[in-house]
Write a protein that binds this ligand. Structure first.
Ligand SMILES: Nc1ncnc2c1ncn2[C@@H]1O[C@H](COP(=O)(O)OP(=O)(O)O)[C@@H](O)[C@H]1O
Ligand SMILES: [Mg+2]
Length: 363
């Protein structure tokens, strides 16, 4: 059992103007894999370090299993942490590295051996147990660091960018393995990453942070489909959500948004939000997979092709719409060349509207 609570937690370093973490309220459920995601400097590590007891909050309470831990030293919080820099002891073998934490705690030798072997099996590093860290690849070292955390059988696992030092292919492989691993050991996991793809694929829920402030909490798909603001919308997804400016208006009695490429029809659902007073400036957000593209200028928004990137399984077309660039994913069979006229139509249920000033979602 381990649920975690942040109650109005803030952290200020020295006399810095803005807080590294500002008024954090968050509940992490037992056995959940929760990811803190956001750009570098948004307060992810500070949040994790406060939970681990490595930093003291300036304000607020942190609880584990309904017990406030603000004054509990790190060693007594029953937490294991894995960092980006694996922090392995270079002079020790893999076996000694994994078992060291248990040895320090006075666990008996045969019990240590049992737990080390169990972790080695789980992580598929059995044959490496007698090697030293310098004889391992980056991925293998990361596994050893994970092994060290697992053998301690803690209430909570904290992982801070554990895959950032690995190359792209290994990172994708390891994130699938991590997902399986944590499902098997049923721990509560708080995972920090700046990589939106990692957060999308690994998490039960994710927390998007910016400038020390939580923007949104939810399952990956909830947040992806219903971002509360432009920042969250653009942060999740690759290629990023495209953004087009427009003005609310009426054409032949129907609500539309006028853009530089033509008028975009608005569905009844979206109008009912009453966000669409005439002449109101709006920012349209639309994801690459929610746009249809057709050659020539027909019914829809008129744009011109700038670049096509062939990814093999899909193409990404970047089309110019006035000063704005819109990304569209298409089947690999779609072809066009620079400056070709194209027409874009949007899935109305997937078209998001934001206020250009506040950048908050209005529909
Ligand atoms: N020990 C520290 N002293 C002063 N400022 C710090 C310290 N640690 C972090 N910060 C500042 O706090 C903010 C959040 O940092 P951090 O939590 O490390 O971000 P992230 O992990 O999301 O990249 C940054 O502006 C960073 O410069
Ligand atoms: Mg960090």
């Amino acid at each position: 059992m381990a649920n975690i609570r942040f109650d109005r937690v803030s952290k200020r370093f020295g006399n810095q103007q803005s807080a590294a973490v500002h008024d954090l309220n968050l509940e992490i459920h037992d056995k959940e894999l929760l990811t803190l995601v956001g750009p570098s400097g948004c307060g992810k590590s500070t949040t994790l370090n406060m939970l681990a007891g490595l930093e003291d909050p300036s304000e607020g309470l942190i609880s584990i299993d309904d017990r406030v831990v603000n004054d509990v030293p790190p060693g007594a919080r029953d937490i294991a942490m894995v960092f980006q820099s694996y922090a392995l002891y270079p002079h020790m073998t893999v076996r000694q590295n994994i078992g060291f934490g248990l040895e320090v705690r006075g666990v008996k030798k045969d019990e240590i051996a049992r737990r080390v072997n169990e972790a080695a099996q789980l992580l598929d590093i059995g044959p490496l147990l007698d090697r030293r860290p310098k004889e391992l690849s980056g991925g293998q070292r990361q596994r050893v660091a994970l092994g060290r955390a697992i053998t301690r059988d803690p209430k909570v696992f904290l992982l801070d960018e554990p895959l950032s030092n690995l190359d792209a292919q290994l990172r994708a492989q390891m994130r699938a393995e991590l997902r399986l691993l944590f499902r098997r050991i049923e721990g509560t996991v708080v995972y920090v990453t700046h990589d939106q793809a990692e957060a999308m694929t690994l998490s039960d829920r994710l927390v998007v942070m910016r400038h020390g402030i939580v923007q949104q909490v939810g399952t990956p798909l909830e947040v992806y489909n219903n971002p509360v603001n432009l920042f969250v919308g653009k942060f999740l997804g690759s290629p990023s959500m495209s953004v087009i400016s427009g003005t609310a208006g009426v054409r032949n009695g129907d609500a539309v948004i006028e853009t530089v490429g033509g008028a975009l029809a608005i569905t009844r659902d979206m109008v009912s939000t009453s966000a669409l007073t005439a002449d109101r400036s709006l920012t349209i957000g639309i994801r690459p997979e929610d746009i249809l593209i057709a050659p020539g200028h027909g019914d829809g928004l008129h744009a011109t092709v700038e670049v096509i990137e062939s990814m093999g399984s899909v193409n990404v077309v970047y089309a110019r719409l006035g000063a704005e660039r819109v990304a569209v994913t298409t089947p690999p069979t779609f072809t066009a060349t620079f400056d070709d006229p194209v027409t874009l139509t949007f899935d109305p249920g997937k078209t998001l509207l934001f206020d250009p000033q506040t950048e908050n979602r209005v529909a």
